[in-house]
Ligand binder design. Sequence first.
Ligand code: SF4
Ligand code: SF4
Length: 423
Amino acid sequence: MALEDFEADMMRCSRCSDCKFAPASQLDEDWPEICPSIARYGFHSYSAGGRFVAGLSFLTKRVGYSPELLDVLYKCQLCGACDVACKKDRELEPLEMMTEFRAHCVRDGQTIPAHAKLIESLRQNDNMMQRPRAGRGDWARGLGVRTLAEGNVEVAYHAGCRLSFDSAQWNIARSAIEVLQRAGLTVGIAGDNELCCGGRAYEMGYREPLAHYADQHRKTLAAAGVKTLVTSCAHCYHAFKILYHKIGKPLGVDVVHVTEYVDRLMAAGRLELTTEVPMEVTYHDPCHLGRLAEPWIPWEGEEKKVMNQLVLRDPPKEFRRGTHGVYRAPRQVLERIPGLRLTEMARIEGYSWCCGAGGGVREAYPDFAAWTARQRLDEAAGTGADALVTACPWCIRSLEDSTRQTGATIDVYDVIELVHKAL
Ligand code: SF4
Ligand code: SF4
């Protein structure tokens, strides 16, 4: 797709502002907003509808590249809440348009310095953490886990850049391995040879790393003879399962988030949790595991206008509306932990509020990321829960950093840490 392919959507946007709020049926008066960008910057351009207007102005050459345009395009987490809200009653693709607009910028050399630095490091070191490649597998020391190169493994575990290099989060990856081992599985990792998924670069507008890493991962998994790839990282999950499919490079294995896999193991009676974890928690849906993880639906066809009004697509196009994300599995896992009580926030599932880390915002606009996270922490604290639990290391880093910076008091955990406690 190209930016030009969304010109009709730009014209069809009715400027209704539905993309800014939860729908009336789910509106909570304390937490009505779903779009961090418009909530923070308060000007229509910083919303999906506003970016449709900006796109049209750009394509019709009424505006060109400027610092202001890049500010509008990149102060957005690409979290997808607007997309779900818009598609409730319409057939437009605001998220795809905004993603394509960034790729257009990068192709024209209009980049954000913070992102350009990261991509340079990615090209040299194969990770998004600006760290040397060596030591990527250190988190797994002492776990007795095999490498994929050694072969003879039932399940491959992908830690991802954040979990591999953020040593404060190694407990999450280590817990995942120990939980899988408790279920009797032989788990393999790529260790120091693990590579980035390319997903975060793609969201920043850089397309070629995703295709490159899709090829590399496919080769590694095929050589290891693995049929199942498990990850704890919602961003990697989204890249492996959705984006690789979108660009026509599926991995050819079953891609499973660790919460889905644990849910399956428990349903099959292969994993039992027996230790009480007496806590009240609330669950934060990571955007990339929730609404953005809805399976990709390819479509090629043409649009026809009937009586110069009605748009018909031939063949009919099925839209991703955020209803088939991974919402149930993490909640079912939490509900099976003895002694634990789950209480929900107002904005959940398709209308979940972002943690702030997505779309390159954490790297380019850390104050915006921290503000976004603080909104979520306050929403979580308002439920009375002891802890905010989620299922993505990028969410945890964003929420924990904001906790430290803003003095919020609620604890933050990954689901798998609580599962490990309950073994
Ligand atoms: S993007 Fe969709 S929800 Fe937002 S103003 Fe346009 S039509 Fe309305
Ligand atoms: S993707 Fe998220 S931050 Fe960006 S416009 Fe949509 S709701 Fe707002």
